[in-house]
Design a protein around this ligand. Structure first.
Ligand code: SF4
Length: 305
């Protein structure tokens, strides 16, 4: 049952010929009014398909909205709260990439989509947590500079013969770093029959205790398709909100209740309404940077098909 505010937003959305895209980590009330809900790769692909809308309200963090702009430079893309930044994306600067390239001139640069447009402009190709291995394997180079998430870099390195060099040292997502081995042992005691699924941004020792290491999109598919009835999921809590809404016949539990991405939660229904009314806050990316990043984004989408 939608609230009055949610109904007002949906009415406004139609009047403005707008579309609301939301990341899987958005709170339930935003998930309920989104036209499309997905992980970063799904949102990127969706952004390439928006042809008939005048306004895109992007409920996610800065790098995601920038990617939507890079793919649709003529569209009005707005973000409900302009402070919604991904701290991990801000850990890697274009200067750090240029320095790493000087040290390893024979390496290709693969960047996680969770990076800023200015960093993406220095990449050969992007990847997400769902296609990182496939992207790395698609390249002719045997040496890969990979950033900014060191855990995802290690996850890929463990599955390929290529040399993976993580950049920058210590790049991480503070939400996925919260999980420890003890959390899995504790939760498993509460739900002994549950499958354990964690994200590749988690620490290696946590990944080792899991049954599956998957992207958020992969987690949803695993819960849908598995014979198990219960799941312990190590990622941001609102992905579990989505899973329990969409697959109510199974039970999914967050590995930690306080695994919350604070900047993702800056968006609220009031702010979404404001975005639709005022078209604040527009996302822009410098033309030259957008052009250079577009090639890396398109290559990733091509490899993912
Ligand atoms: S969950 Fe981590 S990687 Fe995702 S937006 Fe939040 S800080 Fe960034």
């Amino acid at each position: 049952m939608l609230t009055d505010l949610q109904k007002e937003i949906l009415k406004l959305k139609d009047e403005k010929n707008a579309i609301i895209l939301a990341h899987n980590y958005q709170p339930k009330e935003i998930q309920e009014i989104a036209d499309f809900l997905g992980d970063s790769l799904e949102l990127c692909i969706k952004a390439t398909e928006i042809t008939d809308k005048d306004l895109v309200v992007f409920c996610g963090v800065d790098f995601m909205a920038e990617t939507a702009f890079i793919l649709n430079p003529k569209k009005k893309i707005v973000i409900p709260d302009k402070e919604a930044e991904c701290p991990m994306a801000h850990m890697l600067t274009p200067e750090q990439i240029k320095e790493a390239k000087k040290r390893h001139p024979d390496a290709a640069v693969v960047l996680y989509v969770n990076s800023l447009a200015s960093a993406k402009a220095e990449a050969d190709i992007l990847c997400t947590s769902s296609n990182a291995l496939k992207v790395v394997e698609s390249l002719k180079e045997d040496k890969i500079l990979f950033g900014p998430d060191n855990n995802l870099a290690r996850f890929v390195a463990n599955q390929t013969d290529k040399e993976i060099i993580p950049i920058p040292e210590g790049g991480h997502c503070y939400v996925h770093k919260m999980f420890h081995e003890g959390d899995i042992i504790f939760k498993k005691e509460e739900h002994p029959d549950a499958e354990i699924i964690v994200h590749p941004e988690c620490n290696e020792e946590v990944q080792k205790l899991a049954d599956y290491v998957l992207s958020t999109g992969g987690m949803i598919n695993q819960v849908k398709n598995s014979k198990s009835k219960e799941f312990i999921i190590g990622t941001e809590i609102d992905l579990i909100t989505r899973i329990n809404r969409e697959i109510p016949e199974k039970k999914s539990y967050p590995l930690l209740n306080d695994a919350i991405c604070k900047t993702m939660k800056l968006h609220t229904l009031e702010k979404v309404k404001n975005s639709l009314e005022t078209e604040e806050y527009r996302i822009f990316v410098d033309e030259e940077i957008a052009k250079k990043s577009l090639s890396a984004v398109k290559k990733m989408i091509e490899v993912s098909k």
